[in-house]
Design a protein around this ligand. Structure first.
Ligand code: HEC
Length: 103
């Protein structure tokens, strides 16, 4: 037990020293792989949103109304050039309300 801890500490400090030397300390961001949960419109949303980022941004927002989610989808299109078809916008907004919405 003690040996294991010692080996871990040795390894951890070796990694820290290497990181400090080469500037390559890696940090894990748990938000990278947050999936879009099942629901009507999930497929369309994955197809349109998952190309750039995970669903983390959706689930970490405060609950939004359909109008606010619609504006958010349009923002992705205008600000970040997401190629989202007009016909898909309401489907995605409806889905987002079921995931993290309010009236
Ligand atoms: C072309 C790439 C791209 C696509 C596709 C995309 N986004 Fe984004 N999204 C971004 C970028 C870039 C940010 C800002 C990241 C940051 O500020 O760290 C962002 C941020 C967000 C945020 C955080 C709030 C904000 O306004 O910055 C939400 C919510 C979001 N996206 C939802 C969506 C949804 C829903 C879709 C699908 C309809 C989508 N995104 C598709 C690039 C994209």
């Amino acid at each position: 037990m003690k040996g294991t801890l010692l080996r871990f500490l040795t390894l951890a400090s070796a990694v820290a020293v290497l990181g400090a030397t080469y500037g390559t300390v890696s940090i894990k961001f748990p938000t990278f792989n947050v999936p879009f949960k099942p629901g009507p419109g999930q497929d369309v949303t994955i197809a349109n949103c998952r190309t750039c980022h995970s669903a983390a941004y959706v689930y970490t927002q405060p609950p939004l109304t359909k109008a606010q989610w619609t504006a958010e989808v349009i923002k992705m299109r205008n600000a970040y050039k997401a190629p989202i078809a007009d016909a898909d916008v309401p489907t995605i907004a409806d889905y987002l309300v079921t995931q993290n919405g309010k009236q």
